[in-house]
Design a protein around this ligand. Structure first.
Ligand code: PLP
Length: 355
């Protein structure tokens, strides 16, 4: 990692440094995209992707009701309005077919599925129907950088957005990335990210070219020091996988040890690899979920029903103005015990296995 940090420093640490290009190439390879564009956060990745596919102020964007407030906030940053979409069942993070159809009728300009905690349960037909109707699909995979499908994710998604925040599986401190197979979308993202400069394209490499404010754009670039750190993780992605797998085994052992009744959240049959951010189990009732969370949580860990209350995004005060009632999302979140795998690095949780 020191070599990469030194290279980043030699280039002034900016978002146009060569280590950033290396990270972009590494993330594209990891996910199967043709183009990777690093940006300053997962939030700016979503803003950039939505802008690049044509979302503009006043538009509506369909957003999974089970996503965090960050997903819908990115929509509102453009001046667009989130339309919250209910999930397919009270055990699934996938978007309901009826909700997608209603979003189409409402004239949404994009739809954002969110594989929360790493769980992908989208119906490929639903996403294909949206795209066939001219509605781009932007996957908020901030919590699912390792998500792999047996079929090709980029056959179902126009852009996949990652967060490289320090609490996500791949870390740059702060950072994000847009991944796509679409050269035009990639160019639009670069323009927005680099103060409105157009993109010069050589093969799959994009470089900023032309004047600032050639078109609308801002500075959404990543800091190369964070990118250098992230590059060292991407270069040894199997080590990250192994570590997260061990944490998942610990988490499952802790939950099994509590003797409660639960079942893990659904995943689509087409999932080849979980997104690897968290573990979600669903209990028979909200009271069971609270009891299990308290039993697992104890002092100081994140797995705590009081501190880590999970609900549909429209519960957040600012997002309540866009309220849509999503009964299945309400039921899922009330019965869920959800935890980041990295919460289980804490000694409290690890001791729980043997206690
Ligand atoms: C963390 C997260 C974001 C925001 O990413 P930042 O890098 O913190 O801006 C967006 N969506 C989801 C699903 C997230 O988990």
């Amino acid at each position: 990692m020191m070599g990469e940090l030194q290279r980043a420093l030699a280039d002034g640490g900016t978002g146009n440094a060569e280590v950033v290009r290396d990270l972009e190439r590494g993330l594209a390879q990891l996910t199967g995209a043709d183009y990777g564009l690093c940006v300053s956060s997962g939030t700016t990745a979503l803003i950039s992707a939505l802008w690049a596919v044509g979302v503009r102020p006043g538009d509506q964007v369909g957003v999974s009701a089970l996503g965090p407030s960050m997903t819908a906030l990115a929509v509102t940053a453009i001046g667009a309005r989130p339309l919250f979409l209910d999930c397919a069942s009270p055990t699934s993070f996938g978007i309901a077919a009826e909700a997608a159809a209603a979003a189409l009728r409402a004239g949404v300009k994009a739809v954002v599925p969110v594989p929360m905690w790493g769980y992908w349960d989208e119906d490929p037909q639903v996403l294909r129907a949206l795209r066939a109707a001219g509605v781009p699909v932007v996957v908020d995979a901030a919590q699912a950088p390792f998500l792999r499908l047996r079929e090709d994710l980029f056959e179902l998604a126009d852009v996949v957005c990652l967060s490289l925040h320090g609490r996500k599986p791949l870390k740059a401190g702060e950072g994000g990335a847009c991944l796509t197979r679409d050269a035009r979308i990639a160019q639009e993202i670069l323009t927005l990210r680099n103060f409105g400069q157009s993109a010069a394209i050589t093969g799959h490499r994009l470089d900023p070219a032309g004047p600032f404010a050639g078109r609308f754009g801002l500075n959404f670039k990543i800091n190369a020091l964070g990118a250098a750190w992230c590059l060292s993780q991407v270069a040894d992605a199997d080590a990250v996988r192994t570590r997260l797998q061990a944490l998942r085994d610990t988490a499952l052992a802790v939950l099994a040890d509590r003797g409660a009744e639960w079942a893990e959240a659904d995943q689509a049959p087409g999932v080849a690899e979980h997104g690897r951010y968290g573990l979600v189990v669903l209990c028979p009732s909200p009271a069971d979920a609270r009891a299990l969370a308290d039993a697992v949580g104890g002092d100081g860990t994140e797995v705590d029903s009081r501190r880590y209350r999970y609900g549909p995004a429209y519960r957040a005060p600012f997002l309540a103005q866009y309220t849509t009632h999503c009964p299945r999302a309400e039921e899922l979140t009330a019965r869920a015990v959800a935890c980041r795998l990295e919460a289980f690095t804490s000694s409290t949780a690890t001791e729980g296995v043997t206690a």
